[in-house]
Design a protein around this ligand. Structure first.
Ligand SMILES: [Zn+2]
Length: 68
């Protein structure tokens, strides 16, 4: 039998794309990991959205700007 380490205790999912952040032991740990990894939590319509750094970058420097 092989020993399998699972990181399913708490996984953060980006609400804008398919990115996920694995390895958190619990919810609190997940929030801390997300903050350290550059994720952002945002309250939209009384619901919390989790946004990964990629999407934050897209939002800042992506299609939104007309310049170039
Ligand atoms: Zn994302």
């Amino acid at each position: 039998m092989s020993v399998e380490v699972r990181y399913q205790a708490c996984t953060a999912h980006c609400d804008y794309c398919d990115n996920s952040l694995y390895g958190a032991a619990d919810r609190r740990d997940a929030l801390q990991m997300m903050r350290q990894a550059g994720w952002e939590r945002r309250k939209v319509d009384s619901e919390w959205l989790d946004i990964c750094p990629d999407c934050l970058f897209e939002e800042k420097f992506g299609e939104g700007s007309d310049g170039a």
